[in-house]
Design a protein around this ligand. Structure first.
Ligand code: COI
Length: 367
């Protein structure tokens, strides 16, 4: 694998300071983009080449470009945070780079070297660092690296040309209500992914497959959809775009355990999910991966041992789950309020990301 250098071609017309500050005051999620992007090409026989930092702008694609027809596409999501001393640091870009490689293998695409992935993110954040929101709040700069098949033609085969791109977007809370609990619609007849499929790859197709059930969730007044496994329709997998955690309290001996569904191959190995297994232990909780059935979820909520449920992901950070609705009825977690363990984990993770707590795991990558 060759590692291209990234040539800098900065924009002659970046957004004015006043316009940028207006956006940073209320960034929302995924609505505004910074002044630049990084692009790197891959061609069969030549490898990675023509790395460039260029002004943010449209991509020009032939209508017969492979990705537009057969969806050979993968992406990532990671965040850069303003640190107390004004510098900027990214959270675990190496983990995203490795998952990007795993997604590429599953989609028969070329693997971008980990160091090139990180360098591309570094170059973009360095150039657009004025877009990283101020230290102290929950806002960050969300990076969206992605790769598309750019060969022109309608043959169904792995393409012989690809384009890797990184764009960046200042980000506030993913859910409009911030840390307010979200409601979940349990999709019992639609599945997100199947064994042997590509549920563990971060590819647009999985998100497209989730949209109909997400629309059904909205019809039932819910914010998100939860999926069960495709074979037994019994095991809880994940939400449309984030992982799940269950918090169990053992009142008899005062212990707390957090559990996230096992990676069976049909759910995504979230970086936040993985980080929380360690953060929980740091806080004195037990943490584990295990299969959780929908019947057990309902029963353990009813008998008081399952005290909280929360969703987690790069975009969502940690978001409490409130009401769970299904065709068979509904129930509520932790009285519809954010649970104390959920909030503690959330604060602990954000404190590492914002540089307030010591980075004992070596997760923060400083520019
Ligand atoms: C992320 O959390 O970064 C994702 O890619 C999920 C998407 C729903 C925004």
């Amino acid at each position: 694998m060759t590692t291209p250098t990234i040539e800098l071609k900065p924009s002659a017309h970046p957004l004015s300071e006043a316009e940028r500050q207006k956006i940073l005051a209320a960034p929302g999620f995924g609505r505004h983009f910074t002044d630049h992007m990084v692009t790197i090409k891959w061609t069969e026989g030549r490898g990675w080449h023509d790395g460039q930092l260029v002004p943010y702008g449209p991509l020009s694609l032939d209508p017969a470009t492979n990705v537009l027809h057969y969806a050979q596409e993968i992406f990532e999501g990671l965040k850069a945070y303003r640190q107390p001393d004004g510098s900027v640091a990214m959270f675990r870009p190496d983990a995203n780079a490795r998952r990007f490689q795993a997604s590429a293998r599953r989609l028969a695409m070329p693997e971008l070297p980990v160091e090139t992935f990180i360098e591309a993110c570094d170059v973009l954040v360095e150039q657009d660092k004025d877009w990283v929101p101020a230290h102290g709040g929950e806002e960050s700069l969300y990076l969206r690296p992605f790769m598309i098949a750019t060969e022109v033609g309608l043959g169904v085969k792995p393409a012989n040309e690809y384009l890797f791109v990184v764009i960046a977007s200042p980000a506030g809370a993913y859910f409009a209500g911030g840390v307010r609990p979200v409601s979940i619609w349990l999709s019992e007849n639609r599945v997100r992914a199947v064994p042997g499929g590509m549920g563990d790859a971060k590819t647009g197709g999985n998100y497209a497959a989730s949209l109909l059930a997400q629309a059904e969730a909205a019809v039932h007044g819910c914010d998100q959809v939860a999926y069960l496994d495709a074979v037994e329709h019994k095991w809880v997998e994940e939400l449309g775009g984030m992982n799940l955690y269950f918090v169990y309290e053992d009142a008899a001996n005062g212990t707390t355990r957090i559990v996230t569904p096992t990676l069976t191959g049909s759910l995504l190995a979230g970086v936040t999910r993985d980080s929380l297994l360690s953060v929980a232990r740091d806080l004195g909780y037990a943490s584990q991966e295990a299969r959780v059935s929908i019947d057990q979820w309902r029963a353990d909520t009813g008998n008081g041992t399952l005290t909280e449920v929360f969703a987690c992901g790069t975009a969502a950070v940690i978001t409490p789950v409130g009401t769970v609705k299904s065709a068979g009825g509904e129930w509520t977690q932790s009285g519809g309020e954010p649970g104390k363990v959920t909030l503690r984990l959330r604060e602990a993770l954000l404190d590492i990301q914002r540089g307030i707590a010591e980075d004992t795991h070596g997760w923060m990558h400083r520019l």
